[in-house]
Design a protein around this ligand. Structure first.
Ligand code: AMP
Length: 443
């Protein structure tokens, strides 16, 4: 199938072709016809499948089917909700890219930046709003956004929005939308919570399901390296230098650990930046663009910060720490081996994380090869310690650059939980924490 076989009009096809795309991805091929028919839709698809164009192209097509009067005031006709600022920005970019030969205006609305530019953009009139729920509610309560004419609601990465505790916010937003509208819900997973949300908002939805990326992909080599917690940063630095890696996305469970690893790498002369919920929007955007441009080689991220990042064709993804939720492992390694390119996902696993590893292997239905690197052999006498998640927890024992010298020699001893602190809290599954991360500063 070609894009030209889908019922998209010339200005949209032109923009798609200018991006260099001729063949729709599976989610696009399945979703676009249903959306153009005006159906509600539940799509099981995650980042990297082409889902953004999967909803953006037919959305623009539907908007352009109504006669356009440049003199008439604009109303918000489409509302796209996303869990994170990064994803909102990326979806906003896609809307601009695919809509560049059309006359629609869009606004991206998220927290962490000033309200005023968003208020001005909304006041001038926009057809499409791409927003994170918290900041959108702020605009709703201040009367700076009018959603009474919304014809289409798109929930992108709905599962992640629920994980982040946005369910009440989403319901508040939906409650003021017109009853008659088209609803599209994208989610990588299908939990009971998602099912309940779907039942309450979707009407006779078309169901589109595309194969989970990478779980079965032959293109991603997945490898586990067993190592002591305290030696992980040194091992990572060693791997970067030894293999001459030029671009690596590294995941940690906590913001604290992301900072520590990034600091350590800089100390040993490897350019790096960390992105997580405590970084300002400007700092996150800069880190991402430096990473994309090759100015920094290593981007250290927590799961939340990395969610939805559109970084193509990453050769290496490393889990400095395994995620406490097995699903997040799939999201993480989905960053590599994209679009037909080979990729490598390496997890540095210490004794504390064996249960996480088992959970991941159960989910992906496959046992991962375990390696040991000379000079970083795990000490068999070290006993597992529980990893405490959420508020008041510490995300487990430290494993940062602070635990060893740049040469990789451990400085501390086997039990270093005393280093736990508030800032070492997991960015894992604390809803309150996630809401703070996404909405707290500068709402
Ligand atoms: P998404 O799943 O929306 O995050 O898209 C992942 C990446 O795939 C983005 O970089 C898109 O630009 C790219 N992409 C979207 N549609 C296509 C297509 N039909 N062919 C090739 N790449 C695409």
């Amino acid at each position: 199938m070609l894009f030209s076989d889908l019922k998209l009009s010339a200005p949209i096809l032109k923009a798609v072709h200018e991006e260099g795309y001729t063949t729709p991805t599976p989610v696009q091929a399945q979703a676009i016809p249903f959306i153009l028919e005006g159906r509600d839709m539940l799509a099981g698809a995650q980042t990297g499948t082409g889902k953004t164009a999967g909803f953006t192209l037919p959305m623009l097509e539907i908007l352009s089917r109504k006669p356009f009067n440049p003199k008439a005031p604009r109303h918000v006709r489409v509302l796209i909700l996303t869990p994170t600022r990064e994803l909102a920005a990326q979806v906003g970019e896609s809307v601009k890219t695919y809509g560049k030969h059309l006359k629609f205006k869009s606004a991206i609305i998220f927290g962490g930046v000033g309200m005023q530019p968003q208020v001005s953009a909304l006041r001038q009139g926009v057809d499409i709003v791409i927003a994170t729920p918290g900041r959108l509610l702020d605009h709703m309560s201040q009367g700076t956004v009018d959603l009474r004419n919304v014809e289409m609601l798109i929930l992108d990465e709905a599962d992640r929005m629920l994980d982040m505790g946005f369910i009440k916010d989403i319901r508040r937003v939906i409650s003021i939308l017109p009853q008659k509208r088209q609803n599209l819900l994208f989610s990588a997973t299908y939990s009971d919570e998602i099912k309940t949300l779907c039942e309450s908002i979707l009407r006779n939805p078309a169901i589109v399901e595309v194969a989970r990326r990478n779980t079965s992909s032959e293109l991603v080599t997945q490898r586990v390296i067993l190592v002591d917690c305290a030696k992980k940063s040194a091992l990572f630095g060693h791997l970067v230098k030894e293999n001459k890696w030029e671009q690596v996305l590294v995941f940690t469970r906590t913001k604290h650990q992301a900072n520590k690893l990034s600091d350590y790498l800089q100390k040993i002369g490897v350019s790096s930046a960390a992105i997580h919920g405590n970084k300002s929007q400007a700092a996150r955007t800069k880190a991402l663009s430096d990473f994309k441009a090759g100015v920094v080689k290593i981007l250290v991220a927590t799961d939340i910060a990395a969610r939805g990042l559109d970084i193509d064709q990453l050769p290496h993804v490393v889990n400095l720490e395994l995620p406490n939720i097995a699903e997040d492992y799939v999201h993480r390694i989905g960053r590599t081996g994209r679009a037909g390119n080979e990729g490598e996902a390496i997890s540095l696993v210490c004794v504390d994380e064996y249960d996480y590893l088992k959970g991941i292997e159960r989910l992906i239905n496959r046992k991962l090869d375990r390696d040991i690197i000379a000079g970083f052999e795990p000490d068999p006498s070290i006993m597992a310690m529980p990893i405490v998640q959420g508020r008041g927890g510490g995300g487990g024992r430290g494993n940062s650059g602070g635990g060893h010298s740049p040469s990789g020699k451990p400085q501390g001893q086997k039990r270093d939980s005393a280093r736990r602190s508030d800032s070492n809290r997991s960015e894992g599954r604390s809803n309150t924490q996630r809401r703070e991360d996404s909405r707290g500063r500068g709402r």
